[in-house]
Design a protein around this ligand. Structure first.
Ligand code: NAP
Length: 351
């Protein structure tokens, strides 16, 4: 199969680097273009990254000599993956869609647009049909699909098996979010060492709102949002990578603890088509009483799973448990890649 050519917008940031890394030797995709801000334009990728490369020991060989371009829709590629800062992502992604490119975005700007799929292939692959509505309404040949916020993604993966088996009425979540979630260089070290910051701008709204769209039913190009009450508290902690979430749920029907763990463990998510980056087990349940931990469990299933542990009864709702998710992989770059794979498998990317 000929590989689809990919451009990365925001290739120099934390998520952009992770895309560059994850697309090395991808079976379906080949990176042909890297783009970023005027600070980086014109430089070879390895020069622009200098001391900023953060996600693995070495910059992949294929990317080192690619010259960084402006984020203008004249790139030589079939699809773009956007890891742009949200201050600029909205209009740049629209320019690409208008010019006929498919855009798989990490940015928040278009997530809640009624005609833009907020995709998680393990949960709502059918929402790709919104692309047809979007193209008709906006009169453009390209399209935009988005992945959710990183905390939202890992919470939704863990909730999905429970929604399928028992239904969920209420969710309370308290997150402890890693520094890399704030991009590079992110939170100043003087603000975060020895500290917890109990505020991340807009984060709680995203974690409460996005799941209702993700779990909604798509029909006739419209999403009927799920009815789940969600209350979120989000904190920044001095962990480099990996968001931890303490979640309590009120189920719609009664379930034993064994049945809840069985639902987590048996969840497979994507039955068909098989996507190359998808985890075999998108939700992994760990039995040890002190797990999951970012230091130990971040890269289970290559970072593409939500790792769950510590299931126990909750005296206010029904059950509580802990979820760990790799914010840069399944929470961002891996999410945009998985969505692009779904677009290829469903024919929205033709090459
Ligand atoms: P980041 O490290 O700050 O990187 C931002 C990228 O945007 C850089 O490549 C930067 O290029 C580029 N950029 C900034 N201003 C620009 C401009 N005026 N024109 C063109 N490019 C510009 O941020 P990040 O953490 O990678 O996040 C990228 C996106 O993913 C954001 O929208 C973020 O909200 C979202 N996201 C992040 C995570 C995470 O865990 N980090 C998770 C989910 C979603 P230069 O280097 O040239 O300035």
């Amino acid at each position: 199969m000929a590989r689809t050519s990919v451009g990365i917008l925001g290739a120099t940031g934390m998520v952009g680097q992770t895309l560059v890394k994850m697309l090395e030797n991808h079976p379906w995709f080949e990176v042909t273009e890297l783009a970023a801000s005027e600070r980086s334009v014109g430089r070879k990728y390895e020069e622009a990254m200098d001391s900023r490369w953060n996600v693995s020991p070495y910059i992949p060989e294929y990317a080192r000599n690619i010259r960084i371009k402006e984020c203008r829709p004249d790139l030589d590629c079939d699809i773009v993956l956007s890891a742009l800062d949200s201050s600029v992502a909205g209009s740049i992604e629209e320019d690409f869609a208008r010019a006929g490119y498919g855009v798989s975005s990490n940015a928040k700007n278009h997530r809640m647009d009624a005609d833009v799929p907020l995709l998680m292939p393990e949960i709502n692959a059918g929402h790709v049909e919104l692309i047809d509505t979007q193209r008709k309404a906006r009169k453009w040949d390209g399209f935009i699909v988005t992945d959710p916020n990183c905390t939202t993604i890992h919470m939704c993966l863990a909730l999905k098996p429970l929604i399928d088996r028992f239904g969920i009425d209420k969710v309370m979540v308290t997150s402890m979010q890693a520094l890399s979630g704030a991009g590079y260089p992110g939170v100043p070290s003087m603000d975060i060492v020895d500290n917890v910051i109990p505020f991340i701008g807009d984060e709680e709204d995203k974690v409460e709102e996005e799941p209702l769209k993700i779990f909604g039913n798509a029909s006739g190009g419209i999403i009927d949002r799920a009815r789940i009450a969600i209350s979120a508290q989000c904190n920044r902690v001095a962990v480099r990578q990996g968001h931890t979430e303490c979640i309590s749920v009120k189920l719609s029907t009664k379930a034993s603890g064994e049945e809840v763990i069985e639902a987590f463990s048996k969840f497979r998510g994507i039955a068909s088509p098989r996507l190359p980056s998808a985890a075999q087990h998108p939700v992994v349940y760990l039995e040890q009483e002190n797990r999951p931990q970012p230091k130990l469990d971040l890269n289970i299933e290559n970072g593409m799973a939500s790792v769950v542990g510590r299931l126990r009864p909750c005296s206010i709702l029904d059950y509580k448990f802990v979820v760990l998710g790799n914010n840069l992989v399944r929470g961002a770059a891996g999410a945009a890649i998985l969505n692009a794979e779904l677009l290829k498998a469903t024919g929205y990317i033709e090459k």
